[in-house]
Design a binder for this molecule. Sequence first.
Ligand SMILES: Cc1ncc(COP(=O)(O)O)c(C=O)c1O
Length: 469
Amino acid sequence: MNSFQGSPSLDKQDIWEKDRDHFTHPWTDFSTFKENGSMVFTKADGVSIEDADGRRYLDGIGGLWCVNIGYGRDEIADAVADQIRAIPYFSTFGHHTTAPAAQLAAKLAELAPGDLNHVFYGCGGSVANDTAVRMIHFYFNQLGKTSKKQIISRIDGYHGSTYMAMSITGVKFDHIGFDIDDTLVHHISCPNPYRRPAGQSLEDFCDDKVAELESKILELGPDNVAAFFAEPIMGAGGVIVPPEGYHRRTLEVCRKYDVLYVSDEVVTAFGRLGHMFASEDEFGIVPDIITCAKGLTSGYLPLGATIFSDRIYEVISKPQADGALFTHGFTYSGHPVSCTAGLKNLEIMEREGLCEHVQDVGAYFERRIRELSDLQIVGDIRGRKFMMCLENVADKQTKALIDPEAKIGNRIADECQQRGLIVRPLAHMNILSPTLILIREHVDFVATTLRDSIEAATESLKADGYLPR
Ligand SMILES: Cc1ncc(COP(=O)(O)O)c(C=O)c1O
């Protein structure tokens, strides 16, 4: 059986078995996987995806926070096919390039805030962050500040899954059973307003978090600290929006000690919050480096970018120490086909005014999701526009969690799936990050389906004894 792509002759059972027996999936509980295997998806169009049995679902997670312009864009398929015919690949090491790699770099420089005019390409977000670390170390070495190496990031920040990116990641759950580097990376606490000490004002909470960064820099020694990594809104850590002023003030602390500020915009860039980049337009900061991926090509092809300032470029492009090159890069850095997808994606976003659409319909989405706060187990609803999270709790007053055994996030996701909506379970939470092309009718479907699903899941918790009747 070699037919595929949702053709009528697709042998679903065959695909399911091959997948279960040979494809080692990311982020997977292999014990249940061996039994349950995967849902097989075969088609996608607009805001929806379809499984091998022909069931359609509204994709409430945008693939994985990435299919920003929606599915089924022939324009991207055509541009990519043309590029493959013209020149599918050539090395960009040293002094070679292709038109899409150059044009996309210039476009990103135009869109990025401040003097972030230089682009280094990789294949995804983790590598964009690894590149940032290597570039920062090289930068300080070039300046003769060779002790400046330490990295500070936050508990519940997510920065990827390569060794370094996972070390910078502060989601403790993700570290279980693995090793991380703890000689270079240090985590400070998460600026999660919902979990702040009872009775503390948001202003005092913000003061504490900013002071904690400064203390950590002083504890490690400013001469040893190279960079601070932060997502504008933490994504995979539970869509944490920091208190007002947090980013601006942490950037000021970084500036005071010559610590570079890396804004990880792998999720927040390219429209999710209604701007091409959130750092300046949503949070008023111009960092030293922005890392991005996902929405850069809307997931049509893999691509990541590390966008950095003139100041860094001037230093790393000086005649280099003892004949050294900038020995960093990948076979697929600036892959012409991925860059073509990126260019076409940005062209579509601009032409269709997708950021403006998110300002409007994303705001409506946020409003409709926030209406679910009256439900018994919904303790917190947070996020902005098309990046939202529901935190489910046993008791809204005490914020006590539901027994993890109950797998409330999964229960709600399963109920949604039965009703034709995909949402993401994340421990006791549920995350929503749909395509950015949703119209109000879709938003209403998501809000209504979620309400019904949470109510059904709450009843099942009661039936199973996890909540009092
Ligand atoms: C904020 C953030 N940074 C980095 C990454 C890693 O990106 P990738 O999975 O493309 O390596 C992710 C992935 O979800 C992310 O959300």
